[in-house]
Ligand binder design. Structure first.
Ligand code: IVH
Length: 678
């Protein structure tokens, strides 16, 4: 293909992909199957690679993340980013309306009348300025102090709902010159919950709210991380446009929608204040069912000339206010503070609260994170505290009501000895940790349960009750003891007959050749979830190198941050842990770099989702079978998924799959296709 043909083809491909992105991410009405979409994107990428001069910054291929950044540049906003006054009650909103009418001369006399407002949800995310030059996205920055913010362009580029080039369904010619759009980056709640689950599984600190996680994701130094978490963005304001005066706020929203932005469809033009108040009540009702967090509504005078006449106070306009929802907060008393010991020996203080209803959900516990957090908030047993349901998931102690503190309380300190095993507790950074590492009884029960679980060493037949008994009877005192169990040991366990003894011993034997990444994951090293385990396994290819590396060397590995590096180095630096690893090796446990099961892999390359019931086996077993057949299991439906197994009762996942044109099979077909897989 010559240069000219390539140029034409690239333009056509880019336009087509843009259209599909818009349909998928903004309209939520995709019209192309995954594979076909990927093919378009691949063709575009290949053409651009062959003709690098034809690759433009607004090409759909440029959403992919670039390299790691050291920090963010400061940028000055085109126009100051204002904030809004917050009102809590209808009475205050009526006063606001009275001020507006007075300011516009509509309060009495001949021209007395209502003011039209636009009512929009008040998104609880991170406010951004997006700058476009002649319709092409060039820069995004955070609000910062309102005048200057941080340049987060590379990260915002990865948000699919941000058009990299404006569509031309907006007002004709209006996108010419420089334009600044304001919008809110949000993390959809399902994505937020999944992210927190992943963080907790890797023993990392979860985000306290969807808002925090959106902010943390936009301000990531590694755009690859931003890209991997699916953020959304809703636009609500054109802060500056060289070439197009908008007569009303409503017209502005329409223009934004036409240019391809996500604009909330529930936004409403209200011709009376009563309508606006009703909108607030109705949205408040719907609040818990929305896919993202909102904390109120924003009311804006619709007419832009009227807006200008009303003007501003120092930082907020006189023509708009936030009418907030009641906070998801309550007061209650701390009945106790208990200390939990995690799998990796980390001590976490947890406040036990007198149960309290916080807008419909009973809250009875709240994590206090660590000693620093305890010190900062100075939470004591007996204190009255303000608690908040943050982002709907993890209840949080916001503050102590010092005035109501009972007499005779004292500061809470994490214990010097582990509450589970009595071993010494040491401080490591912000965390307190039981020093009884891999070998000790303290965390052994949880540790062992994790070690044998699916995704780790995958030893079937070793349920929680068995793990408990093995420890109680002192048959297992460290992980390596597992490999020295004999039939005689097992006979003494409740519920073990000859057959189950054989099965268990066979399963233990079969686990001696784990994949290295699963083995690393199984060790329960703090911050090492399955993703980090895979990175380490790929990088080192064996245990030997890993055991000897330093924290600094670990940090140089892409994707490994300082916390992970410290934790891994600390783990392998511990003499006690190395002794357990030695004993595991002597018992014949040999992690393999790529120990894929042999035999046919008929589902190689498929990315699968199971939905609905199965008749012949439990779902985890079916998933394992699929994995042995070469498939990867995905958590939910996305463009990446290639095959769905649907059974009775399948719901929205099946609908989504069909909408995306993903192949769907039933259980019988699945069994037929995996026949002969070992
Ligand atoms: S308009 C001059 N509209 O609320 C008007 N703001 O302090 C400026 N927000 O930081 C803002 N949803 O991040 C507007 N529909 C909406 C909004 C909204 C959320 C945020 C915005 C701002 C804060 C108000």
């Amino acid at each position: 293909m010559d240069h000219k043909q390539a140029r034409l083809r690239i333009a056509a491909l880019a336009a087509e992909i843009r259209e599909h992105d818009h349909r998928y991410y903004v309209l939520d009405q995709p019209t192309i199957a995954d594979a076909a979409y990927d093919k378009l994107l691949r063709e575009l990428g290949e053409l651009e690679a062959a003709h690098p001069d034809l690759r433009t910054p607004d090409s759909p291929t440029q959403r992919v993340a670039g390299g790691l950044r050291k920090g963010f540049q400061k940028v000055r906003h085109l126009k100051p980013m204002l904030s809004l006054d917050s009102l809590m009650s209808e009475a205050e909103v009526r006063e606001f309306d009275a001020r507006v009418r007075k300011g516009l001369g509509l309060d009495e006399g001949l021209f007395a009348g209502d003011v039209a407002y636009v009512a929009e949800p008040k998104y609880d995310g991170l406010s951004l300025e997006l700058v476009y030059e002649d319709g092409v996205f060039v820069r995004a920055s955070t609000r910062g102090n309102g005048e200057t913010g941080e340049d987060v362009t590379a990260n915002v580029r990865t948000i699919r709902a941000v058009p990299l080039r404006l569509r031309d369904d907006g007002p004709a010619g209006a996108a010419k010159g420089t334009m600044a759009v304001r919008g809110e980056a949000l993390m959809p709640l399902p994505e937020f919950e999944a992210l927190n689950k992943r963080l907790i599984a890797a023993e990392q600190e979860p985000f306290a709210s969807a808002r925090n996680s959106a902010a943390g994701t936009v301000r990531q130094l590694d755009p690859a991380i931003t890209a991997s978490r699916r953020l959304d963005l809703y636009a609500y304001d054109i802060m500056h446009a060289d070439s197009h005066p908008m007569p009303t706020q409503w017209a502005m929203l329409e223009a934004l929608r036409g240019w391809g932005f996500h604009v909330e469809s529930s936004a409403q033009r209200c011709t009376t204040l009563d309508q606006a108040v009703a909108f607030h009540a109705a949205l408040g009702e719907k609040r818990d069912r929305l896919p993202y967090e909102i904390d109120g509504i924003v009311l804006k005078v619709d007419d832009r000339t009227a807006q200008q006449r009303l003007g501003m106070r120092s930082r907020s306009p006189r023509w708009a206010v936030a009418f907030k929802f009641p906070p998801r907060e309550e007061f209650t008393q701390v009945q106790d503070i208990v200390v939990q010991v995690g799998r990796t020996g980390k001590l976490t203080p947890v406040a036990q609260l007198r149960p309290v209803d916080v807008s419909g959900v009973t809250v009875s516990r709240a994590t206090l994170h660590n000693q620093d957090e305890l010190d900062r908030k100075d939470v004591r047993i007996g204190d009255w505290v303000r608690v908040r349901r943050a982002g709907d998931v993890i209840p949080e102690v916001v503050e102590v009501l010092i005035d109501r503190r009972p007499r005779g309380t004292s500061r809470f300190e994490l214990p010097a000895k582990c509450p589970v095993c009595g071993a010494k507790v040491e401080r490591e950074g912000a965390a307190h940790r039981c020093t009884n590492g891999l070998a000790g009884p303290a965390q052994l029960e949880r540790h062992l349960a994790h070690f044998v679980s699916r995704g780790a060493m995958d030893i079937t037949g070793l349920g929680d009750r068995t793990v408990q008994q093995l420890i109680e009877k002192k048959l297992v005192e460290d992980l390596a003891d597992l490999y020295h169990l004999t039939p005689i040991d097992l006979v003494s366990l409740e519920g073990f007959a000859e057959k189950s003894i054989d099965n268990l011993l066979a399963a233990i034997e079969a686990s001696k050749r784990p994949r290295l990444d699963r083995f690393l994951f199984a060790l329960g090293i703090e911050h090492v979830g399955d993703t980090v385990a895979r990175l380490l396994a790929e990088h080192f290819g064996g245990l030997a190198g890993l055991v000897e590396t330093s924290e600094e060397q670990l940090q140089e590995i892409r994707g490994i941050g300082p916390e992970v590096a410290a934790s891994v180095a600390h783990f392998f630096g511990s003499a006690r842990n190395r002794k357990v690893l030695d004993r595991l090796a002597k018992a014949g446990v040999r992690p393999q770099v790529d120990a894929r099961p042999k035999g046919p892999r008929p589902l190689e390359g498929e990315i699968m989702v199971f939905t609905g019931g199965l008749e012949t086996m439990p779902r985890p077993d079916a998933q394992r079978l699929a994995e042995r057949a070469g498939a990867k299991i995905a958590g939910g439906i996305s463009r990446k998924v290639t095959l769905v197994v649907a059974g009775p009762g399948a719901g929205s996942k099946l609908d989504d799959a069909q909408r995306l044109g993903i192949a769907v099979i039933d259980e019988a077909t699945f069994l037929a296709r995996t026949k002969g897989v070992q």
